[in-house]
Design a protein around this ligand. Structure first.
Ligand SMILES: Cc1cc2nc3c(=O)[nH]c(=O)nc-3n(C[C@H](O)[C@H](O)[C@H](O)COP(=O)(O)O)c2cc1C
Length: 145
């Protein structure tokens, strides 16, 4: 069974909710999904060994949360080239974090990314929920392709 790791950084929990719904979408492809708060990742061993990776952070003052920046430097030490990837984040009006994470995964790690980052204000409305589920399915399709 393929395995996916979702790592999120959040201040008030909105990005964690998106992570949980993306996980549901990936599980539809019968993949095993681990959802993890970035604060719990301590070493490269916590990152290595998955077939797909989805990283997310909300945006504050035009940037991703600092814990996600630190995590991205740690993830650089893991061989992620060619693995399936996606990026997401909750935002209020500009939402830079998701795109910054997506671009790092694509350009630095050389991952096999889905079409675009997922930027959502919330999953607490119908459209947001469906978009997050669909994003998970898109990643799942890369695992079963
Ligand atoms: C002090 C502050 C600064 C923020 N800066 C931005 C910003 O630059 N761009 C943006 O799109 N949203 C910004 N937001 C909105 C948050 O990204 C939004 O509330 C998001 O849902 C928080 O998600 P989280 O609970 O996962 O941290 C800001 C919010 C606060 C409180």
């Amino acid at each position: 069974m393929p395995k996916a790791l979702i790592v999120f950084a959040t201040r008030k929990g909105e990005t964690e909710k998106i992570a949980d719904i993306i996980a549901e979408g990936i599980r539809l492809s019968l993949a095993e999904v681990t959802v993890c708060d970035v604060k719990k990742i301590k070493s490269t061993e916590d990152i290595d060994g998955y077939d797909a990776y989805v990283f997310g952070s909300s945006t504050y003052h035009g940037e991703m949360m600092s814990a996600m920046k630190t995590f991205l430097f740690l993830a650089e030490q893991v061989e992620l080239k060619g693995r399936a990837g996606g990026a997401f984040g909750s935002y209020g009006w500009s939402g830079e974090a998701a795109t910054r994470i997506f671009d790092t995964m694509k350009n630095i790690y050389g991952m096999n990314m889905v079409g675009s980052p997922l930027m959502l204000k919330t999953v607490s409305v119908e459209g947001g929920l469906k978009a997050a589920q669909a994003y998970g399915r898109e990643i799942g399709e890369k695992l079963t392709a």
